[in-house]
Every structure is written in structure tokens, then in C-alpha cells.
Design a protein. Structure first.
Length: 573
């Protein structure tokens, strides 16, 4: 079984081959490995499993199941763990500043563990928002044969005879603040909204990036929409462990798979599913790891010509379980490929092209979740890029399920999310206003917080589409309404958003892709001359370090130059 692998060209030779590696091998003998097992390729099983949230509680057992596939196909599995910060728990307070930073820590920690122990291949398991792109970033950075496995989504809760998700709980907070529901209803809903293991069930950030995993070719076909409690997940883990050994034999690496065309495919799938605006942050960050120039505007360009065809929450009716039962991401990609919206020549971890994988799928006209491209929910994608005098470096808005695509009104400025949320709770927000939350960008936050608590509370008050909200921070994939994020340059860098004053008119046109501050340039020049940079409260530790290295949101909010600056690739050590 192991004879087909020549360790003389694999990273693990540095810790297992030759007389000089006797001390290293002694550690492996201490863990019960045999001489034959030490001679096998070492496969990292990186798990983001923990007890922090239900998104992550099944990941370790899935990673352990993958051992079986690795061993059966000639490898030696080595499991280790990385962190997560779970957005549903970090949301609405200072803890959310840690969320995006955790993406970099996850990628860095996986990189360091693989480098330090000289692993030859990688299977990564992730469940919550930032852990998905963080794990895929590590794969692209290391460029060893890799497969990404999503831990699966939660099943929907049931409340008053309807399916519910955690978003319903966030929104009921606003209803309670508005006096339209009793506290007893809040308690009753919070107890049933999340019925077990798995990540948030709608097309929020976790499921969006899970779709990206399949669309970009790093995940096995139709593996990521299976809910976490399904026994199918163990079979998927075993299959991933087995398949990564075939990739190692072929030396088929992530950068062979994740080409520029593959990134465009992934962006189109995000748009077609009405996915999270966070994909416009994570796809550029992943591309940076592969040395591919792919920024917010490249993402937005792909969005422009992609119809919205998957009726998923928060803009639609269904959750990930329903999409899985309808045929999954490959059923969606079937109609997209048939109508010229995907590049089928891109390679995938199956060792076949995307087109070859899709050929094995038969379109199911009876399912209700995924529409044919010829009869879409709307002719353009569920996510739109914006640019204009308020956001010269771009911004992003999710329009899936929205009835209103233009908005003009007076600005109401807040210099942090807490102040805006307090105004919403106090019901002092007025219809027609454009709420501006600034100094929440990657550098200014620091950490680029999500604003789900605020946007959900607005919906609970019945103001969801009666106001617009603009920020240099982010929005949750669960956010709905006229909410524009990633405004750049951010306020901390003196971008136009820092110069807005209460009462200024802001005009947004999601059809035309524009966002403008209607203030004379001479007025802005005077404000710019008087503006001074702010000092945030994080002057030590991880957030301090992040603020000093992070780049703009339009480039993915990355903290290092990526593959473009490489002089060598880990896989070739």
C-alpha cells in the first residue's frame, strides 16, 4: 500500500527518514506508531472542533472518522485543532472584534502546525463562519494536496408551526423593544430556534462559504450541504481522507484547482444563492494566498451577470437542509453550467473537472428550492458591489429578497455600533434616515465587526427597509434589509465615511451600483483638513497587532502579501 509513495520528495522526510531523524521517530514510537506507519506519508487532519458553539461540536469526531480513509489508502493521519470565534455568540458586543481576526489566526495556526511537523497533505474540518475561509486560506498558502470538509448545518427549529433560525431570535429582540411581543415569547423562541449540532441553517456566511468550497473545487461534490446530525457526514469524512491520498499520489495541489476561473465560479455561486456579503471579503483573501489578483470589484463583476436562483433564507424561504434534499450545490451548478455561467474546465479534488463532476448530476424539476437559470427569482445576483463618492474603494450590499433597490436620505452618524443599537432600542430612529456606523473597519474597529444585532433589531421594529444602514464594518450573512458594508476607504484611514455629518444627503442605487455623498467638494475639503485620526481602545495584544498589519476590505482585509511575494512554497521544502 505505501510503496506508491516516495517520501524522498515529501515534507515528512524531514521528520521521519534517515539515521539523523532517529530522535524525531522516537516521538512517533512513543505514540504507538509502527515502523511501517512512520514510513507512510503524514496527513494533517485539522479540526476547528470545540465546545464554543453547536457549529463546532461535531468536527472532532468527523476528523477522527477521516483517519479511516487516510489509513485505508496508505497514509498516516495526524489530527490537531485550531480555534474558532463563533459569530452568533460574539455578536453585538466587543467580542465581535475578535471574529475576523480569528480567520487569520486559524490560517496561521494551521500553517504553523503543518510547517512545524512537516505534514504532506491536509484535510480541514470547519463549521463556523471564519473557520471556513481560514482553513481554505491555509490550504492555498501551504499548497499541499488538500480537501476541505464542512461540518454541516443545523436543522431548522420549529416555532408556531414554521421553520425558524437564530435570525428569528435576533429579530424578536427588536419586536420586544418595540413592545410588539412579550418577554415570554422571546424565551420560548430562544429555546427552540437551534435544535442541535451544526452551523446556522440559512444561506448565511458558513453555508455561503461551504458552497464556495464545492464551487471552487476544494470539497468533494455534494458534501457540504448535508446537515451536521446526518450520518452522511461520517461517510463524507472517510471519503475525504481516502481521496486526499489520491491527490497526494497525483501531486494535485490547491493552486492547481483554485485558478482565477475557479474564483469566478465561486463568486457566481455566491450570487446565485443570495449568499453572504462576507464572501466578498473571503474570496479576495483566499485569492491572495494563491497569488491571484481578485478584489471586491472582481467579485462584484461576477455578481453582475449572475441571476439569483436559490430561494434560501434570509432573503428567501428555505434552509441548507432543504437545499441538500433538493440536490445540493451541484444541482444549483447544473443549471448554471448548462446556461454558460460556470467554467466547467476547472479542476477539482475528485481529480476530474467541474464539468465532468456535473455531468453525473441529473436536473430535478420537482424540487422547489433551486430555480432554473431561465426562470430565476431575479435576473441579477443576490449580492451587488457599489462604488461612488462615499465609497471610492467600494462597498457591498445583499439585495436578495429586497423590494427596494434605491434609497436617498439624510445621514444619522454613529461612531460605533453600540451607539446605533442604543438608538434603535430607544426607538429614536426615523423612517427615511441613512444610518452611518463608522470606525468599525478592519483597522479602525479594529476587527471589522458584524452588525446583525442592530440590523435584526431594526427588522423587529418594522424599520428593516424603511431606513438604510452604511458601515465600514461588516454584516452577518444573516442580515437582510438595505445594509451596505465594507465601505472603503474606512473611517480610520480618513475615507469619505469619516467626513459625513448628520443631515448630509446620501444616495444609494443598488441597480446602478452607486453610493454617493451629496456634499460639495469644497465643504468636504474643509472637513478633511479638520479631521484627525482616532486612537482605538486596543493598544496591545492580538487586536493591536492586527490593526497594524491589516489591509483594506476591498483586498480581503489580509495581513500579509500572499503568494505574490513568495520565494518558496512549503509543499516543496
Amino acid at each position: 500500500m505505501t510503496q506508491r509513495f516516495d517520501k524522498s520528495n515529501l515534507p515528512s522526510r524531514h521528520v521521519s527518514v534517515g539515521p539523523e531523524r532517529a530522535p524525531h521517530r522516537s516521538y512517533y514510537y512513543a505514540m504507538g506508531l509502527t515502523e511501517e506507519e512512520i514510513a507512510r506519508p503524514f496527513v494533517a487532519l485539522a479540526s476547528a472542533g470545540n465546545d464554543s458553539a453547536p457549529c463546532n461540536t461535531r468536527l472532532d469526531e468527523q476528523a477522527d472518522a477521516a483517519r479511516e480513509g487516510v489509513i485505508a489508502n496508505g497514509g498516516m493521519p495526524r489530527r490537531f485543532n485550531t480555534i474558532t470565534v463563533t459569530d452568533g455568540i460574539a455578536m453585538g458586543h466587543q467580542g465581535m472584534k475578535s471574529s475576523l481576526v480569528s480567520r487569520e489566526v486559524i490560517a496561521d495556526s494551521v500553517e504553523l502546525s503543518v510547517r512545524g511537523h512537516c505534514y504532506d497533505a491536509l484535510v480541514g474540518f470547519a463549521g463556523c463562519d471564519k473557520s471556513l475561509p481560514g482553513m481554505m486560506m491555509a490550504m492555498l498558502r501551504l499548497n499541499i494536496p488538500s480537501i476541505f470538509v464542512y461540518g454541516g448545518s443545523i436543522l431548522p427549529g420549529r416555532f408556531h408551526d414554521r421553520d425558524v433560525t437564530v435570525v428569528d431570535v435576533f429579530e424578536v429582540v427588536g419586536k420586544y423593544a418595540a413592545g410588539t411581543c412579550p418577554l415570554s415569547e422571546v424565551h420560548a423562541l430562544e429555546k427552540v430556534a437551534c435544535p442541535g449540532h451544526g452551523a446556522c441553517g440559512g444561506q448565511f456566511t458558513a453555508n455561503t462559504m461551504a458552497c464556495v468550497g464545492e464551487a471552487i473545487g476544494l470539497s468533494l461534490p455534494n458534501s457540504n450541504m448535508a446537515p451536521a446530525p446526518y450520518t452522511t457526514r461520517e461517510q463524507i469524512a472517510v471519503a475525504a481522507g481516502h481521496q486526499v491520498m489520491d491527490l497526494l499520489e497525483r501531486n494535485l495541489r490547491p493552486r492547481d484547482i483554485c485558478t482565477r476561473s475557479a474564483f469566478i465560479n465561486a463568486a457566481r455561486v455566491v450570487a446565485a444563492t443570495g449568499g453572504s456579503t462576507n464572501a466578498a471579503l473571503h474570496l479576495p483573501a483566499m485569492a491572495n494566498e494563491a497569488g491571484i489578483g481578485f478584489d471586491l470589484f472582481d467579485v462584484a463583476e461576477a455578481f453582475k451577470s449572475t441571476p439569483y436562483i436559490a430561494d434560501l433564507k434570509p432573503g428567501g424561504r428555505y434552509v441548507a437542509k432543504d437545499m441538500y434534499e433538493a440536490g445540493g450545490v451541484y444541482m444549483l451548478m447544473k443549471t448554471m453550467l448548462d446556461n454558460g455561467l460556470l467554467d466547467g474546465s476547472c479542476m477539482t479534488v475528485t481529480g476530474k473537472t467541474l464539468g465532468e463532476n456535473i455531468q453525473e448530476v441529473t436536473w430535478n424539476p420537482d424540487q422547489k428550492v433551486i430555480y432554473d437559470v431561465k426562470t430565476p427569482l431575479s435576473p441579477t445576483g443576490g449580492v451587488v458591489g457599489l462604488r461612488g463618492s462615499l465609497a471610492p474603494d467600494g462597498a457591498i450590499v445583499k439585495v436578495a429578497g429586497m423590494r427596494r433597490l434605491q434609497f436617498e436620505g439624510p445621514a444619522r452618524c454613529f461612531d460605533c455600533e453600540e451607539d446605533c443599537f442604543a438608538a434603535v432600542e430607544a426607538r429614536s430612529i426615523n423612517e427615511g434616515e441613512v444610518l452611518v456606523i463608522r470606525y468599525e473597519g478592519p483597522k479602525g474597529g479594529p476587527g471589522m465587526r458584524e452588525m446583525l444585532s442592530t440590523t435584526a433589531a431594526l427588522y423587529g421594529l418594522g424599520m428593516g427597509e424603511k431606513v438604510a444602514l452604511i458601515t465600514d464594518g461588516r454584516f452577518s450573512g444573516a442580515t437582510r434589509g438595505f445594509c451596505i458594508g465594507h465601505v472603503g476607504p474606512e473611517a480610520a484611514d480618513g475615507g469619505p465615511i469619516a467626513l459625513v455629518e448628520d443631515g448630509d444627503t446620501i444616495r444609494i442605487d443598488a441597480e446602478a451600483g452607486t453610493i454617493d455623498l451629496l456634499v460639495d467638494e469644497d465643504v468636504l475639503a474643509r472637513r478633511r483638513a479638520a479631521w484627525t485620526a482616532r486612537v482605538n481602545d486596543y493598544q496591545s495584544g492580538a487586536l493591536w497587532r492586527y490593526a497594524r498589519t491589516v489591509g483594506p476590505a476591498s483586498q480581503g482585509a489580509v495581513t500579509h502579501p500572499g503568494a505574490a511575494a513568495e520565494t518558496h512554497v512549503y509543499a516543496d521544502i
